[in-house]
Design a binder for this molecule. Structure first.
Ligand code: ACM
Length: 632
């Protein structure tokens, strides 16, 4: 029997890339799976799903997992595969899902084994989560058309014969969606969760409150949703908008009722995704303060911020010396704890401007009474009280890494976003950590050249996501729960753009979270990303192809100190063509020679474009000499 081992293919890629030959030829028959399984053996032959295929479940409890797979394949295939209790020996054309009666210690809580032979597909796992992930892999083994929203005729639904053993590297593989800066409906959130499930994410962090909208119904605090969920409507460049005008209706926004929340929690749970709810306090609280102005130090009346510059210096912070703050938070966290079955509640804690605490007699009284010397210690006092509230409702607290400052609450977990130092410090103090450093995990940053991308800030190219390792050197990895990508939505006003910002970078994060470090390989990953794009097309999920763009950097000639343009690409196998004469380059123009380009005398702009062979892969990027100079 002819076997292709995955390892051999990787060796082939390495050889090809070392010899300068592109790898685009090698992988036609290697199944493209993201995240890459721990081990995959490609066998000869294939299984064909057809109207006569039958499914066997070892336990009724696997029905939900199967039903989601059945639903995912139904539109394209039209097949309703009958389910039976136990298969006969030698029966053919069957899919068998088994949960193991004896623990398979290799697989752990989320792993699976998948064996596809011409006669049958079998998945084994210790848990239904493992079965679900096996089914997600099976979906990726089917032709991309299986994701189509329309019935496809004449397609052979073949699955290559493989033997896979697979389990995740980390227990926490998360994505965060900010629904405050822009509101996303329940259906949109579920669509986002659907796509997360495809890539074996298991935590959806729901950023439910911020300065620009409160998004969850809390019984007994009606103003949170009658006032806090709504702002005046603005369109365009968030952050520069005109503040609310007198008498202007606040009709832009929305919130989730508690029934909505229960529905989304159940929807996610069926896909083995837990939901981490975040109520961001003590700062980022303007929507809460707009609803209940007595909770801030100043007590000033505010409207929910529609995306304007702050009216006063970040007066979006709760007063720490006001009992009402803790009474309101107790009401909120008590209900959150009941609505979300998962162990953690995220309490924010980031970017608290503390200037008002320094002036407020109530905050000052707290500092005096508790012997606190700094405002950081005052925030720590606040966080410890919040932790008591959270634990009194049976939950664990997690917060952004600012909660470390002034002393970490006894049991708190930390989400490290400003870099990795917070995560390192928390792990050294024996606290659990989720790594989410902005430079590797912030999906709201640019993923290509700002000259051709929708406006945002900062830069996070696909390779920076992929090449990240969440376990810092010297840190006890048992404290690193995992990795999370965060999508803040100041500049993300709709689901299509949320998808564009998320994919493919979240595929990289999925693979960092799942695949063993030693199995990661950038060139191989890119190949699989490209192979998966047609699936997203079939699903009608938007994604970015910015990874193909030329990267333009400013350098100086070592002798003359003249400004030069250094060009490169993240994706191997591309050629960059350029012009300085104001015309649009194509693949008949000069190719980048591999060393920086000086501007010819009189030239004021450079135009660049990337190609693979004769296929254009990027937009033309036009950069003036002045713009390039600003890149130093
Ligand atoms: C954050 O990005 N402020 C957590």
């Amino acid at each position: 029997m002819k076997k292709h081992l995955f390892r051999i293919s990787r060796f082939a890629i390495l050889l090809l890339s070392l010899t300068g030959i592109t790898n685009w030829v090698w992988g036609a028959d290697t199944p493209a799976i993201i995240p890459k399984p721990v081990s995959l053996e490609l066998l000869k032959g294939s299984f064909t799903l057809n109207p006569k295929t039958v499914c066997y479940l070892s336990q009724d409890s696997l029905l939900t997992d199967w039903n989601i797979f059945q639903k995912d394949i139904f539109k394209a295939t039209g097949f309703t595969i009958p389910i039976k209790g136990s298969s006969r020996p030698h029966e053919k054309n069957i899919i068998v899902l088994h949960t193991l009666t004896q623990l398979d210690t290799v697989l752990g809580k989320e792993g699976y084994r998948l064996w596809v032979s011409p006669e049958k597909v079998e998945i084994w796992a210790n848990t239904s989560a493992g079965i679900f992930y096996g089914l997600q892999t099976l979906l990726q083994l089917l032709p991309p058309e299986v994701e189509s929203h329309e019935h496809i005729t004449g397609q052979s639904w073949t699955i290559p014969c493989v033997r896979i053993t697979d389990y995740p590297r980390f227990q926490w593989r998360g994505l965060m969606l900010d629904v405050s800066r822009h509101f996303f409906t329940k259906q949109e959130v579920e669509a986002y969760i659907d796509e997360m499930a495809r890539f074996k994410f298991n935590v959806f962090h729901w950023h439910l409150s911020d300065d620009n909208g409160w998004r969850i119904e809390i019984k007994g605090l009606a103003k949170l949703t009658s006032v806090g969920a709504w702002r005046v409507s603005r369109t365009g460049d968030f952050g520069t908008f005109e503040p609310p005008q007198p008498g202007e209706p606040a009709n832009d926004g929305g919130y989730y009722t508690q029934d909505d929340i229960r529905e989304v929690v159940a929807y996610a749970a069926q896909r083995h995704i837990t939901i981490l709810p975040e109520i961001d306090v003590p700062a980022h609280s303007l929507a809460l303060i707009a609803s209940y102005p007595n909770l801030s130090c100043t007590g000033l009346p505010y409207a929910v911020n529609p995306g304007s510059p702050f009216y006063r210096w970040l007066d979006n912070v709760l007063c720490t010396g006001n009992d009402s703050t803790y009474i309101v938070l107790d009401t909120i966290f008590a209900q959150i704890a009941r609505l979300f079955p998962d162990p953690y509640i995220h309490v924010g804690g980031d970017e608290a401007y503390k200037g008002f605490w320094a002036q407020d007699p109530r905050d000052q009284a707290v500092m005096k009474a508790h012997g606190l010397h700094t405002l950081e210690e005052l925030q720590s006092y606040f966080e410890k009280r919040v932790e008591q509230i959270v634990t009194s409702h049976g939950k664990k607290m997690i917060g952004w890494d600012e909660i470390l400052e002034g002393g970490l609450a006894p049991e708190a977990a930390v989400m490290s976003w400003r870099g990795i130092q917070g995560g390192i410090a928390a792990a050294q103090q024996h606290h659990d950590v989720v790594m989410s450093p902005w430079g590797h995990c912030y999906l709201d940053l640019y993923q290509g050249d700002p000259l051709v991308e929708p406006k945002t800030y900062g830069m996070l190219r696909l390779d920076s996501c992929y090449l990240y390792d969440p376990v810092p050197p010297g840190v006890d990895s048992s404290y690193i729960l995992g990795i999370q990508g965060n999508l803040w939505t100041e500049h993300v006003p709709n689901l299509r753009h949320a998808e564009y910002m998320t994919w493919p970078r979240a595929m990289a994060i999925a693979e960092v979270g799942w695949t063993p470090l030693a199995e990661k390989n950038w060139v191989d990953f890119i190949h699989r990303v490209e192979a998966l794009f047609p699936r997203l097309d079939a699903q009608q999920v938007k994604y970015s192809t910015s990874m193909y763009q030329p990267i333009i950097q400013a350098v100086r000639d070592s002798l003359t100190a003249e400004l030069e343009a250094k060009l490169s690409t993240q994706v191997p196998g591309l050629t960059i063509y350029y012009s300085f004469d104001g015309t649009n380059p194509d693949n008949f123009y000069p190719a980048y020679p591999g060393h920086p380009l000086p501007f010819p005398k009189g030239a004021t702009e450079l135009r660049v474009v990337s190609y693979r062979g004769a296929q254009r892969m990027s937009p033309i990027i036009v950069i003036t000499k002045d713009q390039l100079r600003q890149r130093f």
